[in-house]
Write a protein that binds this ligand. Structure first.
Ligand SMILES: *Cc1c(COP(=O)(O)O)cnc(C)c1O
Length: 371
């Protein structure tokens, strides 16, 4: 005897993060409208979780002039993908393979005398170097007191390194107040001028990231380094950019439950009335923050529905009220659409964090695709 199915078997789709290159391009255009400087597309942390190659290609196609990464090793994939613009790597947490950096034509930012000595010692052919000055952050970069010594070491290493740029980083640009940046701008100018006076140059001078690029032209110098802005995040909160990704997942289970039903670990939520539940197959292992406050929800069937009970490792439970959604129905966790679809910024508010941690936190088992 064969079983008769009363409802068609619905297909689940894997949790998927879709990168939207057109949004990246629109964000590059928006930055371009704010500056005459060249634009570096910063694609560290796998393009803020959106895929380094996908974001880089969209940004370069839209006219970005440089790419930026924290680790020189990340440049190899960009070169392999055929991206040909200059690349800068500025943190290099596991050190620099000088030969690989030369092969990949990666510029290296150096923020200490020790690092510069080491790089010069390792270099078999000249490595292009940007000297990184601490402009007020105390998070890497050469302290002002050591700058003269850094220049002496650079001069002694001529032939093995080539000084092509100077960089700083703004600690207070998110305030969107030029007065907060003034001290860093002065330090940057002074640092650049000493490098020029020491006989190096021409130099590419760069200080601003997204916030500075969007709010303070005095910080722009020759090049602005834009990461968050590419994927739709303006840390200064002054410019509406385009969200560059969409996270979807399937309803994996649905149920009608009675009033008084406890949901999830700890039974922290109890249904006040009879209601439909949809279980969505993403959890904190996929980057859904466990620290959600009230109000968090997802879009299913054109409406926003609240997440109830605790976030589990692999799933969340959504209260869809009088509406019933079958297994296989698509839930949009976040996206740029607005309305019922939550934005990354809303998720950040619900989790008491910044949008950056939401997008960079999306886990490795979430499939990646491109629109
Ligand atoms: C991450 C980073 C950037 C990009 O900052 P956004 O605010 O994401 O644009 C620029 N410069 C440095 C040194 C960085 O670490």
């Amino acid at each position: 005897m064969t079983m008769t199915l009363t409802t068609p078997l619905s297909r689940l789709h894997a949790p998927t993060l879709t990168t939207l290159p057109a949004a990246v391009a629109a964000n590059v255009d928006r930055v371009r409208a704010a500056t005459d400087a060249r634009i570096m597309a910063v694609v560290k942390a796998d393009g803020y979780g959106h895929g380094a190659v996908a974001v880089a290609r969209a940004a370069v196609d839209a006219g970005a002039d440089w790419l930026g990464v924290t680790d020189a090793a990340d440049a190899t994939a960009l070169r392999d993908a055929g991206l040909d613009v200059p690349i800068l790597a500025w943190l290099n947490p596991s050190g620099v393979d000088a030969a690989q950096a030369a092969a990949d034509r990666v510029d290296i930012a150096v923020g200490s005398v020790e690092e510069l000595r080491q790089l010069a010692g390792d270099a078999e052919e000249p490595v292009r170097v940007h000297l990184h000055l601490d402009t007020g952050m105390s998070r890497g970069g050469c302290p002002v007191e050591d700058w003269a010594e850094l220049l002496r070491v650079a001069r002694a290493a001529a032939g093995r390194i080539e000084i092509v740029g100077v960089m700083g980083h703004l600690p207070l640009a998110d305030d969107a107040d030029p007065r907060a940046n003034a001290a860093a701008v002065l330090r940057m100018r002074h640092g650049r001028d000493t490098v020029l006076r020491a006989g190096f140059g021409p130099l590419v001078t760069h200080l601003a990231a997204t916030s500075g690029a969007l709010t303070d032209p005095a910080t722009h110098f020759d090049l602005v380094r834009v990461g968050a802005g590419l994927v739709g995040i303006d840390p200064s909160g002054t410019v509406e950019l385009h969200g560059a990704s969409q996270l979807t997942a399937s309803v994996v289970h649905s149920a009608l439950v009675r009033a008084g039903t406890a949901i999830g670990y700890g039974g922290t939520y109890v249904t006040p009335a009879e209601t439909h539940l949809s279980v969505i197959g993403v959890g904190y292992a996929d980057g859904i923050p466990r620290e959600l406050t009230e109000g968090a929800g997802v879009e299913i069937g054109g409406s926003r529905h609240p997440i109830v009970g605790r976030v589990s490792m692999d799933q969340i439970v959504v209260d869809t009220g009088s509406r019933e959604f079958p297994r296989g129905e698509t839930a949009t966790v976040f996206g740029p659409e607005g309305g019922a679809v939550p934005s990354v910024q809303e998720w950040a508010r619900w989790a008491g964090t910044i949008p950056h941690t939401i997008v960079t936190g999306i886990g490795p088992r979430v499939e990646r695709s491109r629109a």
